[in-house]
Design a protein around this ligand. Structure first.
Ligand SMILES: [Zn+2]
Length: 153
């Protein structure tokens, strides 16, 4: 299910450009922007972590969950491009067959292995240009036994 609206396109393109610098190509990824994914019929999972709803938060519907079997990044609201990069991390994780169990680089990463992967990927893509307060994440990533380059390929 692919629906990209103009207000979202700038951040999606920015996320593509940031990841392409590192050799990734996510341009075949579907996006569903500005609509409740349950209403659109993409999937039927409402309850997200905490008491949040997948109707209104950024997330990625994996192939096995999407009604059309297309991995889809769902952006009900316009998000900063770094959030799009996080979602593309979920896309990469699926492409790799959920192969890695990575240490958590943030509190959100402690939720589960999927969030740990996406948060680490986001940190990797932002590199040494982390937003204020995030430099610790990059230090954690760089302290791993394995190089992030060998994981995110
Ligand atoms: Zn996530």
């Amino acid at each position: 299910m692919n629906r990209i609206l103009q207000p979202w396109s700038e951040d999606i393109v920015a996320a593509f450009e940031m990841t392409e610098r590192l050799g990734f190509d996510f341009r075949s990824t579907d996006f569903l922007c500005g609509v409740d994914p349950l209403y659109a019929g993409l999937h039927s999972f409402e309850e997200a972590m905490g008491s949040r709803s997948y109707r209104s938060i950024a997330h990625t519907a994996f192939r096995i969950h999407a009604s059309d079997k297309q991995t889809t990044v769902v952006l009900p609201h316009v998000e900063h491009w770094s959030v799009v990069v996080h979602e593309l991390g979920h896309v990469l994780d699926e492409r790799q067959g959920y192969r890695w169990l990575l240490p958590a680089v943030s509190d959100h990463a402690k939720l589960d292995r999927w969030e740990a992967f996406a948060e680490a990927f986001q940190t990797f893509v932002l590199g040494d240009e982390q937003p204020p307060g995030w430099s610790e994440r990059y230090d954690v990533l760089m302290s791993w036994d394995r190089s992030p380059e060998s994981i995110f390929q």
